[in-house]
Ligand binder design. Structure first.
Ligand SMILES: N[C@@H](CCC(=O)N[C@@H](CS)C(=O)NCC(=O)O)C(=O)O
Ligand SMILES: [Fe+2]
Length: 383
């Protein structure tokens, strides 16, 4: 069997969709199709799916399966739309999609009867399992980390890795989505993908074309092991985890995160239309959905109001350690915020820090004196 791989690139979301077929039988599978979505107008269009359908028709392919490498957080899946055009195909995803459905059901406060057992998909794939698409054999390898449900699909000597790893000059997938894990990603890439034969071709789920280079979407296991800028064969687990966590802390949410996830955990179905025939998406407000969301920073000056009025760090707030209601005021504060405490010499703020920690505040630091605080926080003083 010789697998033929054809790529389609959606430049709006940098996504690669693949059509893979057996040249001798024309049996085919489609991986990670895109349903175009313009968030400002909340308008969906079929352009990307149509390109794929045209190719399938022109090549005379028989598409058996539509596979998702994961529940994408940056584009809406075109799988249901594609299935309408290819009625004999079935949509599948890694069986751990159930974990993703569970987390996001809470985040989106979905209907209590929204299933979290994956039944919205036609079938679920298990680690190590092989399925047939006519003459094509597809082997599933679970490659969690970017999301807990990520799977890679091996067809012949081609491997569709989703967002586990990108081109060698870009690196790896982010691990800060709910239930993502840099530890798991290292084990998936280093422990599984890098153990495949050196000449196998890894096809990536996105290409961000760093430094203006032209589109690229495929590198061999050997090329990745030698050149991936974030995770080489020689990179240690500790190095990778430290690097990935640091990078993730600085990334912002993908532009289409909210619309994509709620549609994609429902296998690419739009929410049921309301009585006017229109589907509506939900947008949670103020609820942090990124695990790396930054805690609020509170700068506490615990000197007396007189001392405070003379000079203080800009943006600080005054709570007198010696005042009668210090503790009453403190317990009203958010225990998850990040506190930087200072006073005249570091003495009162040291005791305030101890008290706050004993009350269950998670992140409290004593910065010492006014000038030390100003220096450490890189904030000016005001009087
Ligand atoms: N700017 C892009 C960001 C997309 C993004 O976060 N991509 C994910 C894959 S879904 C990723 O792993 N990025 C890796 C990184 O930036 O290090 C968007 O808004 O869609
Ligand atoms: Fe992704």
């Amino acid at each position: 069997m010789k697998e033929v791989v054809k790529e389609f690139f959606d430049k709006d979301t940098w996504t690669l969709t693949y059509v893979v077929h057996d040249a001798s039988t024309r049996d085919a599978v489609i991986i990670d199709p895109v349903w175009d979505y313009d968030p400002a107008a909340s308008h969906m269009s079929e352009h990307s799916v149509e390109k794929v359908l045209t190719y399938v028709k022109d090549m005379g392919l028989r598409v058996h399966l539509i596979l998702e490498t994961h529940a994408h957080a940056d584009h809406v899946s075109g799988s249901q739309l594609l299935k309408e055009g290819l009625p004999s195909s079935k949509v599948g995803i890694g069986a751990n999609i159930t974990a993703v459905q569970k987390v996001f059901k809470d985040i989106f406060h979905l209907d209590p009867d929204f299933p979290i057992d994956g039944r919205q998909f036609d079938f679920l794939l298990h680690d190590g399992e092989s399925v047939q698409a006519g003459s094509l054999t597809i082997k599933t390898i679970f490659t969690p980390g970017h999301t807990p449900a990520c799977a890679s699909y091996v067809i012949g000597e081609s491997v569709f890795v989703g967002d586990a790893i990108f081109m060698p000059d870009y690196g790896t997938g982010r691990c800060d989505f709910p239930a993502g894990s840099a530890e798991d990603l290292y084990d998936s890439v280093h422990g599984k993908l890098y153990k495949l034969p050196d000449h196998y071709r890894l096809y990536v789920g996105h290409d961000y074309m760093p430094n203006g280079r032209p589109l690229a979407f495929q590198a061999t296991v050997s090329e990745q092991k030698q050149n991936n800028i974030q995770l080489k064969e020689t990179t240690t687990r500790e190095e990778f985890i430290a690097f990935r966590k640091k990078r993730d802390a600085g990334l912002s949410a993908p532009r289409l995160l909210l619309p994509s996830v709620q549609i994609n955990i429902d296998a690419g179905h739009l929410p049921a239309p309301e009585s006017n025939g229109v589907s509506y998406l939900k947008i949670p407000v103020r609820k942090s959905i990124m695990t790396s969301a930054k805690a609020e920073l509170v700068i506490l000056d615990v000197r007396t109001p007189e001392e405070y009025s003379e000079i203080r760090v800009k943006g600080s707030r005054n709570l007198d350690w010696n005042g009668p209601d210090f503790k009453d005021q403190i317990v009203k504060l958010d225990k998850n915020a990040c506190y930087k405490v200072y006073c005249r010499s570091g003495n009162r703020s040291g005791r305030a820090m101890e008290l706050m920690k004993s009350l269950g505040f998670k992140d409290v630091e004593n910065l010492g004196s006014v000038s030390e605080a100003s220096q450490k926080l890189k904030l000016d003083c005001e009087s």
